[in-house]
Write a protein that binds this ligand. Sequence first.
Ligand code: APR
Length: 230
Amino acid sequence: MKKKKLVVFSGAGMSQESGLKTFRDMGGVWEQYEVTEVASPEAWDRHPARVLQFYNERRKQLWEARPNAGHLGIAALEQHFEVQVITQNVDDLHERAGSSQVLHLHGELRKARSTADPRLVYTLEHWELKLGDRCEKGSQLRPHIVWFGEAVPAMAEAISLTRQADIFVVIGTSLAVYPAASLLDEVRSGVPVFVVDPGDLPLSGKQITFIRQKAGEGIKMLTEKLLPLK
Ligand code: APR
């Protein structure tokens, strides 16, 4: 029997229990760093070494991080549903937990790309990317991350996938950043939406079920609610 399509839209909260900081919670990344200083094309033009260091610090943490029960629970749902993860996260914890279909809207921390030809993308074997690390055409490598003010190339595909969802799950995102957050508007009417987040979200609607838990615990409760919908 054909499996129903389950789309999981995740954000930084997904990886919080793996020890990676979120952005807008207390003590979040944007309390420590000025976004425009480390995550924008202007910052890259002005002081590339500072930008590289910001991502090197986060990549170093990722090297030591492990998927948490939330990531593993989402991967386990593939037994019952056709699961498509659409994530704003740049970590690879969904993949390492076993999720087989993961679309990254904001890039991938483990990858670097050529500043001369954006089609040249490399997987980094080491956590450090330095000035002088060059692509095969001799140009400086940059983090393969979508910076503020840059286009989100995967958005069209994300919209198409969301429109096909039979069930939509939002987990670990404050829905503060566009265009990513607008995915919710693409969910067909009548499709059940589940939100897993310990915090409050500016969401309302009859089709929304809130699970006010962290990802690890919330995924267990979500699975119980999803299985009868198979
Ligand atoms: N489990 C689930 N959700 C959690 C947990 C947890 N353990 N801890 C925190 N959260 C929730 C918070 O309540 C909040 O709603 O995760 C969300 C984190 O929100 P943000 O820090 O804004 O992260 P995110 O929504 O992913 O940010 C979107 O902004 O800075 C850019 O590109 C960056 O992709 C990022 C985008």
